[in-house]
Design a protein around this ligand. Structure first.
Ligand code: FAD
Length: 342
């Protein structure tokens, strides 16, 4: 998958520009089961119908806040209502038991927490996060940090966080120290960008490191909803190849829905055989791959470490204040309303 994405990004970047594959092409919707394992990417498959290696995705019912959710989304789905675990308002924190921990890479793990009842679903609206809380014995006050769950909002039984460990970082260290059976206080939703189907024709996702989690949530929600035709271009920057998160999930989306999704991977420090872009995410790259600022009804989402935010869009001032648009996106002619900082 990455070799394929990288291949696209490296060679035909200028030629691809902002073009997408023919959406009516037959390449769409290959079964997910055919997706390759990210750990051993296959050689690039023949180009999709448009020949420019574009990847598109189809989507799922974006969940709304509150209300009931359904276990399955197929047309023959049993219409069994499922209760959302995170209902917001005065619900407060849920003390959720850690069920399972899985390594993602050298500094990031997946933490799966059990919802209070087995048939509950997270039920988070897209896009939103959850808030975690922890107060150590010697701490004067609690540490609070937001995380974006990576499992399906309609999946029953658990909520899964992808957490990168920061040496000395209180919350990530605490979560990494948790043993299965121990609990973490989590509440939600923390609403971010309220998505409704076809809200935009084309969106650009610019992510660095764990900034991929809200992007993945948004993309997954869009592509699961068969009524949603939004096109997505992802630009994902990381330090090194082993830092690229959610490789398997992104590969599955690429291979399952090759008509509406383009992904470009950028590494600060690339191995010799890397066929993607090397260095930082540049204005030139963004100009080449993102929907143009003059296009109607587009939106560019940005999420990543402070350096990336500063260079691409300018920082977010607070959860309620997006701050001014500066950096590469401003230089390229995008206006503040066309950009959302997670
Ligand atoms: C809406 C939202 C969603 C988030 N979702 C996730 C997620 O899904 N997974 C995840 O691992 N993190 C996510 N984060 C970041 C997370 O909330 C914490 O900031 C992070 O885990 C560090 O917390 P800490 O208490 O361990 O360390 P802190 O004391 O907060 O930070 C330790 C050091 O790391 C730096 N740092 C903090 N966050 C970042 C970052 N994102 N990139 C680079 N440097 C950073 C700090 O500047 C500091 O130097 C999200 C943040 C926001 C605002």
């Amino acid at each position: 998958m990455f070799s394929r994405s990288a291949f696209r990004a490296a060679k035909p970047l200028r030629m691809q520009a902002r073009r997408f594959a023919t959406e009516t092409g037959s390449a769409a919707a290959k079964p997910a089961a055919a997706a390759p394992k990210a750990a051993a990417p296959p050689p690039p498959p023949p180009p999709a119908s448009g020949g420019n290696g574009l990847v598109y995705i189809l989507g799922a019912a974006a969940v709304g806040g509150g209300g009931y959710y359904y276990y399955s989304q197929g047309s023959a789905a049993p219409k069994q209502p499922a209760k959302p675990a995170f209902t917001g308002g005065d619900q407060g924190f849920l003390s959720l038991k850690l069920a399972e921990v899985t390594d993602e890479n050298h500094n990031t793990k997946r933490f799966r927490f059990e919802l209070p009842e087995k048939d509950m679903v997270p039920g988070l609206p897209i896009a939103s996060a959850v808030l975690t809380k922890f107060k150590g014995e010697k701490d004067a006050k609690a540490t609070l940090r937001p995380y974006t769950p990576i499992n399906d909002e309609n999946e029953s039984g658990y909520v899964e966080l992808l957490v990168k460990k920061y040496p000395g970082g209180p919350m990530s260290t605490h979560i990494f120290d948790l043993q299965p059976g121990q609990t973490l206080d989590i509440k939600g939703p923390l609403p971010k960008y309220a998505w409704t189907e076809n809200k935009h024709d084309h969106i650009g996702l610019i992510a660095g490191g764990t900034g991929i989690t809200p992007m993945f949530q948004l993309a997954r929600g869009i592509f699961k909803n068969s009524n949603d035709k939004t096109k997505i271009t992802l630009v994902f920057g990381n330090v090194a190849k082993q830092d690229i998160l959610l490789q398997k999930e992104l590969a599955e989306l690429e291979n399952t829905y090759p008509q509406r999704f383009r992904a470009f991977y950028v590494l600060d420090s690339a191995p010799k055989d890397w066929q993607g872009t090397t260095g930082y995410i540049t204005k030139d790259l963004l100009k080449t791959v993102l929907p143009e600022p003059k296009s109607e009804n587009i939106k560019i989402f940005v999420c990543g470490p402070p350096g990336l935010m500063k260079a691409i869009s300018g920082p977010k001032v607070s959860p309620k204040d997006q701050g001014e648009l500066t950096g590469a996106l401003s230089d390229l002619g995008y206006n503040k309303d066309q950009v959302y900082k997670f």
